[in-house]
Write a protein that binds this ligand. Sequence first.
Ligand SMILES: Nc1ncnc2c1ncn2[C@@H]1O[C@H](COP(=O)(O)OP(=O)(O)OP(=O)(O)O)[C@@H](O)[C@H]1O
Length: 232
Amino acid sequence: MPLQISNYTDAILSGISFSLEKGKHLVILGANGVGKSTLAKVLCGLIPSEAVRVDDIIPSKVYGEKRAGIINYIPPKLEIYDSYLPVEDFLALSHFNRNLTIDAVLERVGIAHLKGKPCRLLSSGESQLLLTASALLHGADYTIFDEPTANLDPVRMRLLFALLKEERTLPSKLIITHNLDLAYRLGFDILYLHEGEVAFHGRSSEFFEQSHLDRLYDGAVRNIGTHVVTAL
Ligand SMILES: Nc1ncnc2c1ncn2[C@@H]1O[C@H](COP(=O)(O)OP(=O)(O)OP(=O)(O)O)[C@@H](O)[C@H]1O
């Protein structure tokens, strides 16, 4: 059951069309303010649109567990109605995948020691790991991670990379990021937005060719073989 968006246009995005088969992953790239988060919200139904379908279902028109199983958006920052909620109670709200336990997932993302702590006391990096834990417990067919590594130290960044790279972590992952090395090392297909349109959708190896990077990033990005780095 593919995720499809057909000719979607609003004030920011223009004529967006692409599809993603279940089991495939995608990295979404593009400059600040180009519309990546807006696209994510359209795909998951937070901005309702009939241009989006998963199979024949329009995500914004289904509710409850049915919707939870289809698509999940993980925002860059933790925003909850009751910030006094302890970590484990917050995670219980998104515990749809009964094959996993909250304890196992907390262990996996390296925050088992935070289990009883109120969410409001978490640091920005800890909050981000908590959101990742919630994505695993949720276990939707399609999970959109919006800047999942923005606040992480190098050790946690590597942990999250391994988790995102692991094919079986979640059926399909869509990852919005400005970290081009993360995008390169993941090796997933790339969707690149420019001026609200899909300017590239294809293989990672093609996207990260130096001549292509030079055209997109004005010499600011170097492919050094094993990694992609910013030339400061
Ligand atoms: N609620 C809103 N009301 C008005 N404008 C908005 C709203 N949300 C986003 N925008 C504008 O829409 C454009 C796209 O924003 P969006 O957050 O989708 O970009 P982005 O590609 O995710 O950016 P970044 O990489 O900086 O996070 C921006 O110009 C932003 O200012």
